[in-house]
Design a protein around this ligand. Structure first.
Ligand SMILES: NC(=O)c1ccc[n+]([C@@H]2O[C@H](COP(=O)([O-])OP(=O)(O)OC[C@H]3O[C@@H](n4cnc5c(N)ncnc54)[C@H](O)[C@@H]3O)[C@@H](O)[C@H]2O)c1
Ligand SMILES: O=C(O)[C@H](O)COP(=O)(O)O
Length: 549
């Protein structure tokens, strides 16, 4: 799809058939997101929090665009029988069952950087609010109370800020709070201390951070490991009088334990933007004077919403157009630029051909890339070979998303070897190889003849060929030295033969007296015709591939 010039077609949820891919939007997104989706999709809407409506709308959707309030769990993924992508217009994907999406071959994309500045700025606001009681003082004033001493606060300057999770947002918070003359500590076992110290942050263990911090701020993803991390134990170990901010995810701070610690005064104040269950309107925490609360507003700015909406809409368009995106949460394809794209298609075809030649898939798939193309990130070619190889042996859809999982389940491994040398006489070459049960190695190699040109098959099992890798193809390995062409032609009956090559074993490999007969044929060759032709020339091995399907 090209850059959008018109907005997409919009409709409320409808069962009307449409030619365009359907993008289901389940939460409030920036209008810029809908514009970015472009005219080639039909936009439908439903409330993601209305479970019944969501499950009813999902079967008609090719893509679903959500924020944090829509639960895309295994049931929702199963309901989305034609779903190709879940787009999360924001950072956290804890509301999406990513393993279930992966198994179903559905790509999950997010906008990992779109709202981080807004979230960091809200955190700064919450730190100031909890230090100076700003919202409480304002609310009291509106009720007619001019109470200056009641709302006496504390300074940030000179205090220690403990940052739990020094990722994108934690780092932006650190950068900003240095300007407030705070001493910065961070706990994040996955961050290198060297990088942190350059940013003026000292990495510590969690215990030390809890014991030394006057303010704590949480910037973790919600995972099994982080849920309840700031619970009874951690809150026993804090510096008495600490003030706590959580603008990451509800549930990381245990709300019941926090309530107890606030009541006791061990925690002097808390500012919470996120809650274990959202929306949250009647928490006991809201009864406490020393609690500041906002309704999950971290990403709630015009700028962040526009960035997140546009970024994820762009990714969804790309995925619907069959392209790969770097923001995919559950596919790791490296960088895929325009130049690599035709090589992906070629490698997928080679994978399919290999499975046909090897009559199945087992052991390990080796993907060798040589020549100029190795100047690029070729990681994705390994996935492409797996996708192609599996599509011949797996019931149901194989995609870049579920190919590694499906391969793993079948005990099939893969390896990518990339070396500049070894492509001659071609400018670039991809070879996919695997083993037969006998241990014999089967390989197929292909190249692209030029910009916009289709793939060429240049090697099959050690035999040199030069054939278009397209349409229907048939292959026979047979003893040489006889008239094979006439026999095969007769056996294939009226099947039009567009191109036929007889390749002799040497010099590519020691294939003895055997020859390879490779044909581009005008229509798919049935198993019966293939067997008949193979019998007529005493072929030791025959297979066909239909690339028109
Ligand atoms: N309130 C909002 O509206 C809002 C807006 C944006 C993001 N968020 C949330 O903020 C959080 C942080 O986002 P981010 O973009 O900085 O993510 P990030 O992935 O860049 O950073 C998270 C950090 O947490 C660390 N981490 C992971 N598990 C850990 C553990 N068990 N112990 C210690 N550290 C651990 C990681 O190493 C990483 O450095 C996420 O939960 C995100 O969903 C909330
Ligand atoms: O993870 C995020 O990006 C934030 O929590 C924002 O969530 P939202 O899109 O629902 O505001």
């Amino acid at each position: 799809m090209d850059k959008p010039t018109q907005t997409s077609t919009e409709s409320t949820q409808s069962a009307e058939p449409t030619d365009k891919p359907v993008v289901l939007i389940t939460e409030e997104l920036s209008p810029a997101a809908v514009i970015a989706l472009g005219p080639d999709v039909e936009v439908r809407r439903c409330a993601g929090t209305d479970r019944a409506a969501l499950l009813e709308a999902l079967p008609g959707a090719d893509a679903v665009l959500v924020r944090s309030a829509t639960r895309i769990d295994a049931e929702a993924i199963a309901a989305g029988s034609r779903l190709k992508v879940v787009g999360r217009a924001g950072v956290g994907v804890d509301n999406v069952d990513v393993p279930a999406a992966t198994r179903a071959g559905v790509m999950v994309v997010n906008a990992p950087t779109a709202n981080v500045v807004s979230a960091a700025e809200l955190t700064v606001g919450l730190l100031l609010a909890v230090a100076r009681n700003i919202p409480q003082a304002g609310a009291a004033l509106r009720e007619g109370h001019w109470q200056r001493s009641r709302f006496t606060g504390v300074e940030l300057s000179g205090k220690t800020l403990g940052i739990i999770g020094l990722g994108r947002i934690g780092s932006l918070v650190a950068q900003r709070m240095r300007g407030f003359d705070m001493r910065l500590l961070a706990y994040d076992p996955y961050v290198r201390a060297g990088n942190a110290s350059q940013a003026g942050v000292r990495m510590t263990g969690l215990d030390e951070l809890l014991a030394e911090s006057d303010f704590l701020t949480v910037h973790l993803p919600r995972t099994a490991e982080t849920t309840g991390l700031i619970g009874f134990d951690a809150l026993q170990r804090v510096k008495p009088g600490v003030r706590l901010v959580n603008a990451a995810r509800g549930g990381i701070v245990d709300e019941t334990e926090l309530y107890a610690a606030l009541k006791e005064g061990r925690v002097a104040g808390a500012a919470l933007d996120v809650f274990a269950t959202e929306p949250c309107t009647d928490s006991p925490l809201f009864e406490l004077d020393n609690v500041v609360a906002t309704p999950h507003l971290g990403a709630g700015t015009i700028e962040a919403q526009a960035r997140a909406g546009v970024a994820v809409a762009e990714s969804v368009r790309q995925v619907l157009a069959g392209r790969c995106v770097p923001e995919a949460v559950n596919v790791h394809m490296g960088t895929v630029d325009g130049e690599l794209a035709p090589w992906l298609a070629l490698t997928e075809q080679l994978g399919r051909l290999l499975t046909a030649a090897a009559a199945g898939l087992r052991g390990k798939l080796l993907v060798k890339v040589a020549g100029e193309i190795t100047g690029q990130d070729t990681t994705a070619l390994e996935l492409a070979a797996l996708k192609g190889a599996l599509s011949g042996v797996v019931q149901g859809d194989v995609s870049y998303v579920n190919a590694p999982l499906l391969a793993q389940e079948r005990g099939v491994g893969s390896e990518l070897l990339s070396a500049h040398a070894g492509a001659a006489p071609h400018h670039s070459l991809v070879t996919v190889s695997g083993a037969l049960p006998s241990g014999e190695v089967v390989s197929v190699s292909g190249t692209l003849a030029g910009r916009g040109a289709g793939g060429r098959l240049v090697e099959v099992c050690g035999f040199e060929v030069d054939l278009a890798l397209a349409g229907s193809m048939a292959f026979f390995r047979a003893p040489g030295g006889r008239s094979l062409v006439g026999a095969v032609g007769a056996a294939l009956g009226g099947t039009p033969i567009d191109a036929l090559q007889i390749a002799h074993g040497a010099p590519v490999a020691n294939t003895g007296n055997e020859v390879l007969l490779a044909l581009n044929v005008g229509r798919p060759v049935t198993r019966e015709l293939l067997d008949e032709a193979a019998l007529s020339i005493d072929a030791t091995h025959s297979w066909s591939l239909d690339e028109t399907a």
